[in-house]
Ligand binder design. Structure first.
Ligand code: GAP
Length: 463
């Protein structure tokens, strides 16, 4: 098993190499807000594309959707988010710091004793009995506990009157439920079928934390799979397996860093009949990477009641109408990027030197190749090769600065899968070869340029 590295060590490396930057850094930043730099954007795009290919393109009964972030507020009333999507909050009267009460208690007691079912009185009692002080100023002068809704409010139009209050979506799923009938009718879909959507979601988290693990804006990749009561358990198990396979086989994340966590009835969200999360071994501890829920008919039934529109499905074969059950695999793209990078980070001692390298799967590495001219005299021809590789659609970079050894280290540090060294043999008429160096093994192979390019052109190598 690989060594575990601290969050600080990994995050410092990612910031130094162009994966991430602090948001609005030149203005002093915004707390717990991060921008994906060029390399972060590339890995994020690769994971997003793979998810789409795996859950949408390669399946015959999944259709896509791209719904609005801002909806009619009635959507959030019907979905239960206006009433239930909140965390218990408490403020320290002395230093004015704000805390999520369940987290405050659980962190203090180093145990998950508080969950959604504890009342405010329960939590108040636990704080008093255990003499839990403010983690910031160590005083014990708390406000009353109150609910804090996690949805971001904003306003439509120029006035800030109550009537124009709208919300930024806290999950992409509701856009799918409110379009269920439109999609089913226009796409002539029969149950079982699924609707997939990737997009930003927003939550005014009280304690955004652990780098990009918990942030206020993040991207979700969600699939709502419409099925029936008879098949819902079977479909749940099969999609859970798919989710696990996607993480381990497609993204190449180590199997031993993933485990399942099934929630008890007391712990699951208001809409769910059953939820299993996949946990990842993050530097801050094992915690939720993504999850799958059986939402039953909760959403379609509620939207039907609130909108007074019939959202039942008509089964022509059996001549009956019913609300479909919904199985929902939901994955946070930002968390997957973070988990893949944590899993890939490694410091290796080699002879009297050491190197940092990111052993990312070649399908998700920001660069599949990097072209390195051995000397400046070769840079024009090396650039031609680089441009050719790029024109085939491969993600490739080019590096001519510094010694070849330094350049290998620089590419290892950002996870480039293979370095292509362009030397004097590359321009010799009877040779025309390049050397390809693998990031993980550091083995080198010499190959004719024509053969290499032909393989790129015809081979099913991921771009
Ligand atoms: N539609 C179901 C739903 O939204 P969830 O467990 O609240 O369920 C699904 O969120 C996934 O979205 C999580 O497993 C996680 O990957 C990601 N996610 C949720 N809140 C997040 C946050 N504040 N920052 C980053 N990712 C988050």
């Amino acid at each position: 098993m690989k060594k575990k590295y601290s969050q600080d060590e990994i995050v410092n490396h990612l910031k130094a190499t162009g994966y991430f930057f602090q948001n609005s850094e030149i203005y002093g930043g915004l707390s717990n807000s991060w921008d994906f730099g060029p390399l972060g954007s590339l890995i994020k795009k690769n994971i997003r594309d793979l998810w789409w290919e795996y859950f949408v393109t390669k399946r015959t009964n999944i259709v896509p959707l791209d719904s609005s972030i801002i909806c009619n507020p009635s959507v959030w009333k019907a979905s239960g988010h206006l009433d239930n999507f909140s965390d218990p909050l408490i403020d320290c009267k002395k230093c004015k710091n704000r805390f999520r009460v369940d987290k405050l208690i659980n962190d203090f007691l180093n145990d998950s004793i508080v969950n959604e079912n504890n009342t405010f009185d329960d939590m108040k009692k636990i704080i008093a009995e255990n003499k839990i002080n403010c983690p910031n100023c160590n005083n014990n002068d708390w406000t009353e506990i109150r609910n804090f809704n996690l949805m971001f409010e904003t306003y439509i139009g120029t006035t800030e009157g109550k009537k124009s209050t709208v919300y930024l979506r806290p999950e992409t799923a509701q856009g799918i439920f409110v379009n269920f009938k439109n999609i089913q009718r226009t796409m002539r879909k029969k149950i079982p079928f699924g609707v997939a959507q990737i997009g930003k979601s927003f939550r005014n988290e009280i304690t955004p934390s652990n780098f990009i693990y918990r942030s206020r804006e993040f991207e979700q990749m969600e699939l709502e799979y419409f099925t029936n009561l008879e098949n819902e358990d079977k479909d749940f198990d099969s999609l859970l397996q798919d989710m696990e396979n996607f993480i381990i086989k497609e993204l190449g994340i180590s199997k031993d860093k993933i485990k399942q966590n099934e929630y008890s009835k007391d712990e699951i969200a208001h809409y769910s009949k059953k939820t299993v999360d996949l946990f990842f071994d993050f530097p801050h501890g094992w915690s939720e990477l993504c999850g799958i829920s059986n939402r039953g008919n909760f959403d379609l039934k509620n939207h039907s009641e609130h909108s007074k529109k019939d959202l039942e499905y008509f089964d022509e074969l059996n001549n009956k109408k019913y609300f479909p059950s919904v199985i929902e695999p939901s994955m946070g793209l930002d968390r997957l990027v973070y988990a893949a990078l944590i899993d890939a980070y490694e410091v290796q001692e080699i002879e009297d030197d050491s190197r940092i390298f990111l052993s990312l799967d070649k399908k998700i590495a920001p660069y599949r190749f990097c072209v390195l001219p051995l000397t400046n005299k070769l840079k024009n021809e090396a650039k031609e090769l680089y441009e050719k590789i790029v024109s085939y659609g491969y993600s490739c970079s080019y590096d001519e600065a510094g010694s070849i050894g330094k350049r290998y280290r620089r590419q290892d540090a950002i996870g480039t899968y293979e370095c292509i060294t362009f030397d004097f043999d590359s321009i010799e008429n009877d040779k025309k070869t390049i050397t390809i160096r693998n990031r993980d093994t550091m083995n080198q192979e010499t190959i004719k340029i024509d053969k290499f390019l032909e393989e790129l052109r015809i081979k099913d190598v991921h771009r």
